[in-house]
Design a protein around this ligand. Structure first.
Ligand code: LLP
Length: 427
């Protein structure tokens, strides 16, 4: 986790800089990301999986050119799922052959750009796409490396996984009813495609490995059927992302080396019993790498005690910089970081400045009773799916992402300005 320390004045420091200085220099709200922590997590995943596996960072969690450079330097690959993410990945210097292109409805333009750029793999998500990608690749005189994304009948979220009603979703081709096998049959017949493997992604914020176990079992079962029917052993399987992080002290995430050990053991065991060569494994962690590395810094604006209920603490951001609480009922913690306080804790709800009562950042938390306007509070673990899902609701200006390292802070994504808003408004 980030090393959070307080200086002699009780002000929290990150990467060697105190938050009051950060707020003065970069304003609030802002996302402050610990670069050393990001690199350490990326490296831990890379090391844990070793030379016989690939780690694709899921760019949807948070992507910028600086992040792409760090990933490249730390030896990771990158998963993108739109033309915009692809452009950022290439602009950040990620070699195209280390990029995987995902998505359930990639446009013809996106597919063309990806193939022309030379992406390492396209993950095919439907029967139409199998034909579409094959056709575009052939017309460009290329043979595109592809995986087929299947749904294995497992959906995992946090502590439990559900083995029913999982195929009722837009992603992937169902294993059930022989559909995945039929997709493989078609892909193998098309000259424009080189089918390198099968892909499965079972969910998000997962702590329990049993969902992956079932998924690996079923993916290997398909590999075996493919071998029996076509005489080919596909060389790769991708088990997706979804590994959980600690948003609050109740969450107990697994370390990358435990995850790597568990996944490689499951796959080798399943392959051994199916008498298959063990394929090269890849995984796609997003949240687990970037989530814990950043926090959002807010300034307290108003404090409204509601007798017998709770105290509403309004900050200068809200659902435009963190939609996860409103959207998923996500849990976050919060801390007073611009000073220490000996005051009694009071039950608060941290809310934003948007015109909506669901605009909640932290549903239930305790902050000192002497909290006052102007205090700075921080919400940790906002590195994933906060800036990347930020909006301009109420014409809010999306906050900057500032990378802090060795006592130096550097803007990697700047704050939006009102001019940016007006630039898009061409009417
Ligand atoms: N691979 C695929 C194919 C995915 O669909 C996803 C996430 C990932 C990898 C990365 O999953 P991660 O390791 O970051 O959990 N916006 C939501 C999460 C949606 C994730 C969608 N796909 C959130 O804020 O929790």
């Amino acid at each position: 986790a980030q090393t959070v320390t307080r200086n002699d004045d009780g002000v929290v420091t990150v990467g060697g800089i105190d938050v009051k200085t950060l707020a003065e220099q970069f304003g609030t709200p802002g996302y402050f990301l610990d670069e050393a922590d990001f690199r350490a997590r990326a490296r831990a995943w890379r090391t844990a999986f070793g030379a016989d596996a690939d780690v694709f960072y899921a760019g949807k969690a948070f992507l910028s050119r600086a992040v792409v450079r760090w990933l490249h330097e730390e030896g990771l690959n990158l998963d993108v799922c739109t033309g915009g993410e692809l452009t950022t990945a290439l602009a950040g210097g990620m070699p195209a052959d280390r990029i995987a292109f995902h998505g359930n409805n990639k446009s013809i333009d996106e597919i063309t750009r990806a193939i022309e750029a030379g992406v390492g793999r396209i993950v095919l998500d439907s029967f139409q796409e199998i034909v579409r990608v094959a056709h575009i690749a052939s017309s460009l005189g290329k043979r595109q490396r592809v995986q087929i994304r299947i749904t294995v009948g497992v959906e995992a979220h946090t502590h439990e996984f559900i083995a029913t009603a999982h195929e009722d979703q837009k992603f992937g081709i169902p294993l059930a009813g022989g559909q995945a096998a039929e997709a493989v049959r078609r892909a193998l017949q098309l000259d424009g495609l080189e089918l390198i493997g099968i892909h499965s992604h079972i969910g998000s914020q997962i702590f329990d490995m049993s969902g992956f176990e079932v998924a690996a079992h079923r993916v290997v079962g398909l590999l075996k059927d493919i071998r029996d029917e076509h005489g080919v052993e596909l060389p790769e399987i991708d088990l997706g992302g979804g590994l959980g992080i600690a948003y609050t002290s109740d969450d107990d995430p697994r370390e990358p080396h435990e995850i790597a050990k568990a996944l490689t053991e499951i796959v080798s065991r399943e392959c051994e019993s199916a008498r298959l060569r063990t394929p090269r494994i890849s995984v796609e962690p997003g949240r687990a790498i970037v989530g814990p590395t950043a926090f959002t810094l807010y300034e307290v604006g108003t404090i409204k005690p509601l007798d017998g209920l709770r105290t509403y603490v309004s900050v200068d951001g809200g659902m435009s910089d963190n939609i996860r609480t409103a959207l998923y009922d996500a849990e976050y913690s919060v801390a007073l970081v611009s000073r220490t306080s000996e005051a009694e804790p009071m039950l608060v709800r941290v809310v934003g400045k948007h015109c909506e009562s669901g605009d909640i950042v932290v549903r239930d938390a305790f902050l000192p009773a002497d909290l006052a306007p102007g205090d700075l509070i921080a919400v940790p673990a906002t590195g994933a799916y906060c800036r990347s899902m930020a909006s301009n609701y109420n014409h809010a200006l999306r906050p900057p992402v500032v990378a802090v390292r060795d006592g130096e802070a550097r803007v990697i994504v700047r704050r939006e300005t009102e001019d940016d808003l007006l630039r898009l408004d061409v009417g």
